[in-house]
Design a protein around this ligand. Structure first.
Ligand code: CMC
Length: 423
């Protein structure tokens, strides 16, 4: 086994550490016992160089712009599979055969009704509350209705817990939206496929026919799939941190929802559209690009840049193609898309963005597609939540099954006052 040596010049201590190979990508140095051997802790602001766990779910090569779910390239999955097949793949490690798919998909449909008690929560919220705030509260309440999931012992119980939350999240998200609009809450329709059912719950009224086109279902299904997992991002790491304390799995998911809300993470999809609206016209694009490049201006171009991708985000590539297809099939075209095209054109050729490898990310394209599907901006991040829930829950299961799993408890470099007496 390869070794890694560290020497502390100050204390003259030195240590030998194992270099652990990965099946793909860089090896990692196992720094267990680092402080005891070399008399110091490591410091890694924002965890840019630290692997917090071992995982066999998703692989990203940021330099190449590659994303694999259980070894399968995201582009191929988006071409050949649907979201529910991908959920099965993430949870079980392999794609389902037709019997496995049928039983999994049926189970998700039948679990889509939350307990009736969940509905009463909505009365307590103001109509104009942000859907992410309401969604996280409602999912938190869900843990009170399914407390048996605190004591999971076997695979079947893990899967039951996972299928239950995957199935109920779209219903709760749709309730959240309908409440914010003052519309009656609509129950799931168990005759419909997952994604069609979500669009139905968003659009339907107690009477009258609900129009949902296949092309819309396919587009939203791809959006869910592309958001399904992304290894140790901020929200997944949050889910693992909360899960490591032994909290209820749905409470850990709620922590993920709240971490996702931020503009630097899942909240970016809503911010992209808000920013395009603020830019207002193609003529104003140059002015805003200049602001984004100004080191003294906190303004950032939303939907650009990524911690891991230093090349085109492969999810963005799939969505860009999807957006162009939708332009032809459902004729989407809007002033916002014209502004977005101009932003993209300038940024991809501008030295500031090129030098820093700032490419459009998934959120740059998802917003314009969701808008074309008639979904309101404030629901964009809840849609990210629907897609990502399977990823969070899969990581939680992987973590819970790991016999070496420990409570997350990082160290710090203390830079405060030294010990002093109270006067
Ligand atoms: N606009 C202008 N400059 C930028 C941007 C941007 N969107 N993103 C990064 N930079 C600059 C940054 O100012 C810095 O410049 P300098 O080296 O001169 O100081 C350099 O690029 C490196 O940036 P960083 O902040 O150190 O990079 P990071 O890895 O810490 O941050 C990020 C990644 C995604 C938070 C950041 O690129 C950003 O804020 N982007 C806009 C928000 C966004 O679109 N978020 C969605 C991410 S994808 C979906 C998801 O995974 O949730």
């Amino acid at each position: 086994m390869a070794k890694f040596y560290v020497r502390n010049e100050k204390s003259q201590e030195s240590g030998e550490f194992e270099l652990l190979e990965s099946t793909l990508g860089a090896p990692v140095v196992d720094i267990s016992g680092f402080k005891a051997k070399v008399g110091a802790y490591t410091y890694d602001n924002g965890f840019t160089e630290t692997a917090s766990c071992q995982s066999a779910i998703t692989y990203i090569d940021g330099a190449k712009g590659e994303l694999l779910y259980r070894g399968y390239p995201i582009e191929e999955l988006a071409e050949k599979k649907n979201y529910i097949e991908v959920c099965y793949l993430l949870l079980h490690g392999e794609l389902p055969n037709s019997d496995e798919y049928e039983s999994f998909e049926r189970d998700i449909r039948t679990k889509s009704y939350p307990h009736e008690g969940i509905k009463y929560l909505f009365r307590a919220f103001p109509d104009n509350g942000h859907p992410m705030a309401i969604l996280s509260s409602a999912v938190s309440a869900l843990s009170a209705f399914h407390h048996q999931h605190l004591n999971i012992k076997d695979d079947e119980e893990f899967m039951e817990m996972a299928r239950r939350i995957i199935a109920k999240i779209p219903t709760i998200a749709a309730y959240t939206y309908r409440h914010s609009m003052g519309y009656p809450l609509i129950y799931p329709d168990m005759d419909r496929y997952f994604t069609e059912n979500f669009l139905y719950m968003m659009r339907a009224f107690p009477t009258g026919k609900t129009q949902i086109r296949d092309v819309e279902v396919r587009a939203l299904d791809k959006i869910f799939m592309l958001h399904a997992d992304h290894e140790q991002n901020a929200s997944t790491t949050t889910v693992r941190a909360v899960g490591s304390t032994g909290a209820h799995p749905y409470a850990a998911v709620v922590a993920g929802i709240n971490a996702l809300w931020g503009r630097a993470h899942g909240g970016a999809n809503e911010s992209v559209i808000a920013q395009l609206q603020m830019i207002g016209s193609v003529e104003n694009v140059d002015k805003f690009i200049k602001k984004a490049k100004d080191p003294n201006d906190p303004f950032r171009l939303m939907g650009f840049g990524h911690r891991v991708y230093k090349n085109f985000d492969p999810r963005a590539r799939v969505l860009k193609k999807l957006r162009d297809e939708l332009r032809e099939t459902i004729g989407i075209s809007s002033k916002l898309i014209e502004i977005a095209d101009r932003v993209e054109e300038i940024a991809l050729n501008d030295e500031y963005f090129v030098k820093r490898n700032l490419y459009p990310n998934i959120d740059f394209y998802s917003g314009t597609i969701l808008e074309a599907l008639g979904i309101r901006k404030k629901m964009f991040t809840p849609i990210f939540v629907i897609g990502r829930t399977v990823g969070w829950i899969t990581h939680l299961i992987e973590q819970k099954k790991d016999p070496k799993q420990k409570i997350y408890r990082p160290r710090q470099r203390y830079i405060g006052k030294t010990k002093r007496s109270v006067p």
